[in-house]
Ligand binder design. Sequence first.
Ligand SMILES: Cc1ncc(C[n+]2csc(CCOP(=O)(O)OP(=O)(O)O)c2C)c(N)n1
Ligand SMILES: [Mg+2]
Length: 250
Amino acid sequence: MDKDNHFKCYLKLDLLPTPWCPGCGNGIVLKTICQAFSELDLPRDGTVVVSGIGCAGRSAGFFALDSVHTAHGRAIPVAEGIKYANDSLHVIVVSGDGDLLGIGGNHLLHAIRRNTNITVICYANEIYGMTGGQVSPTTPRSTKTLTTPDGNPDRPADVQLFFKHYNGYFARTTAYHLNHMRKCIVEALKFKGFSFVEARTMCIVNYGRRLGYKNSNEMLIHYKEFYKINDYAEELALNEIGIVKSIPAS
Ligand SMILES: Cc1ncc(C[n+]2csc(CCOP(=O)(O)OP(=O)(O)O)c2C)c(N)n1
Ligand SMILES: [Mg+2]
């Protein structure tokens, strides 16, 4: 397999296409994760992928690796258990914003506190996609969803702040910024400790359409125009993407 196609060895190609809707950004994230695995030449028999429940959670089944599709919100503790049982494994969680920050939010806080050496890739589509478009912990304030027809009254979770008092690696990136996403994931995988990559990705069918986007390309253009790259910043502003490495304990 040539270098450009090497990432495919991490995928169950015979299962493609994925069940995701046309225009969904999850395939971009899935492919970029595999490209990052390929860049680091992660061993297929030494890498484990764990997911929770949701559209994003479906990705675990597409990796040609050992994988566990856990109960809703429980991917992180299962991944931690695997890592503590066999420290030589690379353990990666792939799941959605609702799964990781909503029902699973408690586990995330404690994994950050313990600084478990695993990587979490959050497919942050700002919505509960699989169940039809209910408000999620990353839905921006005032945004209309199925369950907030007058606009979300709450502030979204700013995950980088969860790291404030603990060492760890946080990065935010988007499905438009492909090279940046790959870099964020590669550095997360190399980080010795807990790493979290918030990958903004499009859900056009159960989210974007309600907001007036005609197609997911328009959502990509929004990412392009709204987000500025600010790598290695101490803290990212809402309109910034970048790597915030090893936020020091204060
Ligand atoms: C215990 C439990 N509660 C609720 C559900 C219903 N449920 C399935 S997926 C999901 C939301 C997933 O949202 P997210 O993690 O953002 O993934 P997405 O579908 O957006 O990729 C919910 C609430 C469930 N499967 N199990
Ligand atoms: Mg979601």
